[in-house]
Design a protein around this ligand. Structure first.
Ligand SMILES: [Zn+2]
Length: 101
């Protein structure tokens, strides 16, 4: 006998409704469709976490670089930096600060 996916969906209505997809896999006595298979969902979450990790590592590197840049430029006025031909750095720092807001 074919059962329906056990997933209860709350999106779209107050009381929610059971997933209308037919069963595909059985997990701990409950049936799930291909979309709501807990194992697949967990894998997707893991993939998403890995993506976030990579994103944060990149962000961290950027922040570290900016920290170093800030240290290097500490005590040097914007005017001096521009005069030294380092205007691009000022612009870069200003843009980075805008992004972090
Ligand atoms: Zn489902």
């Amino acid at each position: 006998m074919s059962e329906r996916c056990s997933k209860w969906i709350y999106a779209g209505s107050w009381l929610g409704h059971q997933c209308r997809h037919n069963d595909k896999v059985e997990r701990d006595g409950k049936w799930y469709c291909g979309i709501h298979d807990p194992v697949r969902v967990a894998e997707k979450m893991k993939a998403r976490d890995a993506k976030w990790d990579a994103k944060w590592k990149k962000q961290e590197r950027q922040w570290k670089w900016l920290d170093a840049a800030h240290d290097l430029c500490a005590g040097v006025s914007t005017k001096t930096l521009i005069e030294l031909g380092k205007g691009w750095l000022v612009k870069h720092l200003a843009e980075a600060e805008k992004e972090n807001l």
